[in-house]
Design a binder for this molecule. Structure first.
Ligand code: HEM
Length: 135
């Protein structure tokens, strides 16, 4: 059975993303960044996560992660907080250990696109998703 099916399909992933959003908004490190973010932007964020977690059928070709996060000048501290909150969310939802590790590993590869170090990615390039992105 594929990862997406073990997570309960689109519905299961949407529920996970909802739980993640609540934790992100109430996290002392990340919460402040989301104070002025509207629901629509948050939904784009969610869609991204859905595509990422589905791992194959969907690609993300919206704003690059570097463009979306660059203005916030995020550091490793914020990125580590994000991975921690993701781990907590997956654990609370009883996602199996190997699946949790696989999901967090995929997200952790995006550090250099989210954290500001002057590193950028090609405009319009799919950031992840698509068969070549599978573990
Ligand atoms: C692997 C980690 C992450 C991924 C995959 C991710 C993904 C995304 C995506 C796809 C968007 C929407 C971009 C758009 O508007 O088109 C977004 C927006 C945003 N992200 Fe992240 N993000 C990550 C980590 C973080 C972290 C660590 C923070 C801050 C602590 C953060 C804060 C934000 C904020 C504030 C927005 C809203 C930007 C706006 O609408 O003005 N993200 N993120």
């Amino acid at each position: 059975m594929s990862l997406i099916r073990r997570l309960g399909g689109d519905e299961g992933v949407a529920a996970l993303v909802d739980q993640l959003s609540v934790r992100v908004r109430t996290d002392p490190i990340m919460g402040p960044y989301f104070r002025d973010v509207d629901e629509e932007a948050l939904n784009r964020h969610r869609t991204m996560f859905l595509s990422a977690l589905l791992g194959g059928a969907h690609s993300y070709t919206g704003k690059t992660l570097a463009d979306a996060h660059g203005p916030f000048r995020l550091g490793d501290r914020e990125f580590d907080a994000f991975l921690r909150v993701m781990r907590e969310t997956l654990e609370a939802a009883d996602v199996a250990l190997l699946d949790r590790q696989s999901i967090v590993r995929r997200l952790s590869r995006l550090r250099n696109d989210v954290v500001s170090r002057g590193v950028s990615v090609a405009p319009g390039a799919p950031i992840f998703g698509g068969p070549e992105a599978r573990d």
